[in-house]
Design a protein. Structure first.
Length: 105
């Protein structure tokens, strides 16, 4: 089962150090705005690169608006990864709720 987490909840949770953030957007999107601590594997590459995704902490999956990250999170859960969370609203909601100075697209 995929759990949901809001950007605000994630921002608070990241302070614990018990989280990885997986950004499934394309490189051109990350060139506009990205979270410094995130791991980037575009959605289309997830099946081939699943072994690169750390499983030792909670995993928050992020995209632009939450649709691609929900797809990736569902795949990762079906692949057996524990503690997978979809970031509802994605980087766009993060820019609104957490870091309003970040660029939006």
């Amino acid at each position: 089962m995929v759990n949901d987490i809001t950007p605000t909840e994630l921002a608070l949770s990241l302070q614990s150090g018990d989280w990885h953030v997986l950004d499934v957007r394309e490189d051109w999107e990350r060139d506009i705005v990205a979270l410094a601590q995130s791991i980037n594997i575009p959605l289309g590459e997830i099946p081939q690169r699943v072994s690169e995704i750390p499983t030792n902490k909670n995993l928050a999956v992020l995209c632009h608006g939450g649709v691609r990250s929900a797809q990736a999170a569902a795949f990762l859960v079906s692949a057996g990864l524990p503690q997978v969370y979809n970031v509802v609203g994605g980087i766009d909601r993060w820019a609104i709720d957490v870091e309003p100075d970040l660029p939006r697209y």
